[in-house]
Design a protein around this ligand. Structure first.
Ligand code: CA
Ligand code: CA
Length: 399
């Protein structure tokens, strides 16, 4: 099934004309779906009114109050913030949507995502997982072999990733994949000597229909974001354009799966504090980072939200400082209607002391797409930073 749009310019135009539409749910949505969505909207309402960090700014997640153009930040021109010592990473030309660096400096990249409505330079090629050793003087990436009798590498379409390290130091890599544009979580065991990933399991569940990212809390235990509510592409388009804010976060374990937070206008990156007490969730089209308190029974309660004026994507947490590093899209319209002459820009935020009354937010890197198109993730290790993108290149910088 081919879901990619081939008329992105028209869709961008359509997006412009939809900005003044009132809210009308598509006729074919079932009452149950609508009730579920209304519950999600109430959750968003509660978060928006009670836990705002900056009450002076307008609420961004309500479909009735905010236009599609504002949610996409369509008018924003990014102000350049350059770093002097950056270079493009050889071998990454078709995106590294997510990446994670282990405490020992080994970095995993999820490369070659194909996602409905977003550009791909190699739409017919499967994705792959790349490895880099950040301790090397001039690090390069190598592709990890994937083994396992039940794994179909030809339909591998990796998106968000997360690692879990066992008590015996075994590293497991959990990968959101979209084989045939469906959603699975692929569980691998990392075999460092062989430079390979042994596939252990494919996880599918009806509460995991539209996965974007995940954060592992055990070998087969994780929190994951669904970036849409609907699976059907037509309904997904309406959901996105109208800002229904019905996307959610799910807790998954082999014997317990449940929605733990909902009411997001595209829930995207998800990560945790180093002490594992707080869960951070990026709500892309509301331009917010949410902080949730995690409880012993895996439920989450909202604590606070931070407004960012940019479409926040994946969140990495520095295990040493606890700082959040966020890959962002300064102008979301340019992601969904790709024009090589006017490409999407890139932006990296560092958020310090997120639990404090006034967290410090620093734009560490920003540019209009001259170097990187559509940054999604940034992560740091010993004064070095990696930045990945949805469908284009990746950057290695000295800070
Ligand atoms: Ca991730
Ligand atoms: Ca993402």
């Amino acid at each position: 099934m081919q879901l990619t749009y081939d008329n992105s310019a028209e869709r961008a135009e359509e997006m412009n004309t939809l900005t003044e539409l009132p809210f009308h749910p598509p006729k074919s949505i079932s009452q149950g779906a609508i009730n579920g969505g209304q519950k999600a909207s109430q959750d968003a309402e509660q978060r928006g009114t009670v836990y705002r960090v900056n009450p002076k700014q307008p609420k961004a997640s309500s479909c009735c109050c905010t236009t599609a153009r504002a949610r996409m930040n369509a008018s924003r021109e990014v102000k350049s913030v350059e770093l002097p010592n950056c270079k493009l990473i050889k071998g990454i030309e078709t995106g590294a949507e997510d990446l994670e660096i282990l405490p020992n400096g080994l970095a995993f990249f999820s490369a070659g995502l194909r996602y409905p409505g977003v550009k791909s330079f190699e739409p017919d090629k499967p994705g792959k997982i790349l490895l880099m050793d950040m301790n090397e003087e001039d690090p390069t990436v190598l592709e990890l072999k994937m083994t396992g009798s039940n794994f179909d590498a030809s339909s591998f379409n990796p998106h968000g990733i997360s690692t879990f390290t066992d008590e015996d130091n075994t590293v497991y890599l959990l990968v959101v994949s979209h084989p045939d544009f469906k959603s699975t979580v692929e569980l691998f065991k990392f075999q460092e000597e062989e430079k390979s990933l042994l596939h252990l399991k494919t996880i599918r569940h009806e509460l995991l229909p539209n996965l974007n990212d995940l954060v592992a809390v055990g070998r087969e235990h994780f929190y994951a974001t669904n970036d849409h509510y609907f699976v059907d592409q037509y309904l997904r388009s309406w959901e996105l354009y109208l800002g229904l804010a019905w996307s959610n976060v799910v807790y998954y374990s082999p014997d317990d799966v449940r929605v733990v937070a909902s009411g997001f206008d595209v829930a995207n990156g998800i990560s945790m504090s180093p002490d594992r007490k707080y869960v951070y969730i990026a709500e892309s089209l509301a331009h917010k980072i949410h902080v949730y308190e995690k409880h012993a029974n895996w439920t989450l309660t909202p604590l606070k939200s931070l407004d960012c004026d940019t479409l926040v994507d994946n969140i990495s947490v520095d295990p040493v400082t606890g700082d959040l590093w966020v890959g962002c899209h300064p102008n979301g319209m340019k992601i969904f209607s790709y024009d090589p002459e006017n490409p999407p820009g890139s932006e990296v935020l560092q958020i310090q002391n997120i639990l404090a009354e006034e967290p410090k937010v620093t734009v560490v890197y920003a540019e209009d797409g001259k170097v990187l198109h559509g940054s999604t993730v940034a992560s740091v290790y010993k004064g070095k930073m990696l930045v990945g993108t949805v469908f284009q290149k990746a950057l290695y910088c000295e800070l």
